[in-house]
Design a protein around this ligand. Structure first.
Ligand SMILES: [Zn+2]
Length: 104
């Protein structure tokens, strides 16, 4: 994977760990050229889920948006990004486990 700072095409995996009970792999990468560090996730590609909101409108399920909301809610708390990632994975798994294309 390319470095998203300097575009160099050799980045090394410096740490790799399973998250969400093996449903995803989180990798810390480092650019061999500029030393920039970043995180990537590898996970199963799934069909789009539609969320029916309290006001009746529909919205595509967006895990980044959910994660961003949790980050905001947990600012200034000791909750780690890995813990938040796990929460989002659990929610996502539950949503898919119910087998519906649209979820309230
Ligand atoms: Zn770089």
């Amino acid at each position: 994977m390319k470095c998203n700072q300097c575009n160099y095409d050799d980045t090394k995996v410096i740490e790799s760990r399973d998250v969400a009970d093996g449903q995803a792999i989180r990798r810390r990468r480092m650019c061999a050229h500029c030393g920039y560090r970043f995180t990537t996730y590898e996970r199963l590609e799934r069909p789009q889920l539609v969320i029916i909101k309290n006001n009746g409108t529909r919205e595509l399920f967006n895990r980044s948006k959910l994660l961003a909301g949790l980050y905001r809610a947990c600012e200034k708390t000791p909750v780690t990004s890995l813990q938040l990632e796990r929460v989002v994975n659990d929610i996502e798994q539950e949503l898919y486990a119910c087998g519906e294309a649209e979820v309230k």
